[in-house]
Design a protein around this ligand. Structure first.
Ligand SMILES: [Zn+2]
Length: 382
């Protein structure tokens, strides 16, 4: 009989509002806490959960950062493909698969619909798998450094493993690995589902039940072989239904400025990030953005307060954030608006994440970075 095990289930995009509409996991983790997220996407929120630090400390905010020495520069040759081919999802995912195999990058990245020539100017932040020790160039330790440093036997499943396979392997580990002390299972299943189906309450409820059933079964299996099973179920952000879209690219094209020459821009689905070659370009673009009611320019003071300010502007010298629910279409993320999106203001109700625990947590967790302390505490290394 194992003495104790901590099971962490990271359900990407299980927001607080969704949890309220579809109460779940009460049987295994009855103490639920609303958690503020960080402004940005999973590539910012997940490192914050794993390290307990904000992006300006651990260094990961956008998926790509501005540089003149990108290791992804060889992708620029793909720009020679005819657009009818290179814009196809299937072709892009094949290119990504081959690139992942040859690049030696173990972190998560995606090429989305980013123009290939931009890879000469943007490089990937997440070079290493963040679900392993020694992942951050900043030297920030994560829960995996803590576990490895104390020789705590642990297992982890990431985006690389399909949902059912991950749960089957977890159950196998619980049955066969007598010294297993900590396990973290991450799933992007709900995130992908919500992007397409957030308006369909019945289907969303069924998707949540599906994950809940798998979690409860794994906890049940753990209880058979372990005296004490501690459980955490948590997310990184919520999901806001799409209520509008805006063609920001068309607005920028109408200016008498040449992208790539006068300025650079990266179009995320909820943010546009700008870099300027000269002051006139900045003045003109600021003038345009000031007139738009679909979003706001973020002040440096706000970025500092949110823990996402970078002195060298590697993630943008100017950031324009869309209003909650309104998406930039087209963007480098896609040509059509999904049913739901995240990456809006952390203060919007649909942005909040959730943390559920088998035991009451004190002090009360209120931010996704508090998940790190919760994991350490339940693992007995806090
Ligand atoms: Zn997502």
């Amino acid at each position: 009989m194992r003495d104790r095990v901590t099971l962490c289930f990271f359900v990407d995009a299980l927001g607080w509002e969704l949890f309220r509409k579809h109460p779940c996991f009460e049987d295994v983790a009855p103490h639920a806490y609303r958690q503020r997220t960080v402004l940005g996407y999973s590539c910012a929120a997940q490192p914050t959960i794993l390290t307990g630090e904000m992006p300006s400390t651990h260094g990961h905010w956008g998926m790509f950062y501005r540089t003149e020495r990108s290791q992804l520069a060889s992708l620029r040759h793909m720009r020679l493909l005819p657009p009818a081919l290179s814009s196809r999802w299937r072709v892009r995912s094949q290119i990504l698969k081959l690139h992942r195999r040859s690049s030696g990058i173990s972190g998560y990245y995606n090429l989305y619909r980013i123009p290939f020539e931009l890879f000469t100017k943007f490089d990937l932040v997440e070079q290493k798998n963040i679900y392993a020790p020694d992942a951050f160039a900043s030297g920030t330790p994560s829960i995996f450094d803590d576990l490895a440093g104390r020789s705590v036997p642990y297992r982890v499943w990431t985006w690389r493993t399909p949902l059912e396979t991950a749960f089957a392997e977890l159950e196998e580990s619980l049955a066969s690995e007598g010294d297993l002390r900590f396990a973290l299972l991450y799933t992007a299943y709900l995130d992908a589902f919500l992007h397409e189906n957030i308006g369909d309450e019945a289907a969303v409820g069924a998707a949540i039940r599906n994950i809940e059933r798998l979690v409860c079964r794994a906890v049940e299996r753990a209880r058979r072989t372990t005296r004490q099973v501690d459980v955490l179920v948590f997310s990184d952000h919520g999901m806001a239904p799409t209520t509008g879209e805006h063609d920001l690219m068309a607005e920028l094209r109408a200016l008498e400025l040449t992208p790539g020459h006068d300025y650079l821009v990266f179009y995320d689905s909820t943010m546009a990030r700008f870099w300027f070659a000269h002051g006139d370009a900045r003045t003109e673009i600021v003038g345009l953005l000031r007139e738009l009611s679909c979003g706001t320019m973020l002040e440096n003071g706000y970025l500092k307060d949110e823990g996402i300010h970078f002195e060298d502007g590697r993630f943008g010298e100017l950031i324009f954030l869309m209003n909650p629910g309104t998406i930039i279409v087209p963007s480098y993320m896609g040509g059509k608006a999904p049913a739901g999106m995240h990456g809006f203001s952390p203060d919007h109700e649909d942005s909040y994440a959730v943390l559920m625990s088998s035991e009451e947590l004190r002090p009360t967790p209120a931010h996704i970075r508090d998940t790190y302390a919760a994991m350490r505490r339940l693992a007995g290394i806090g």
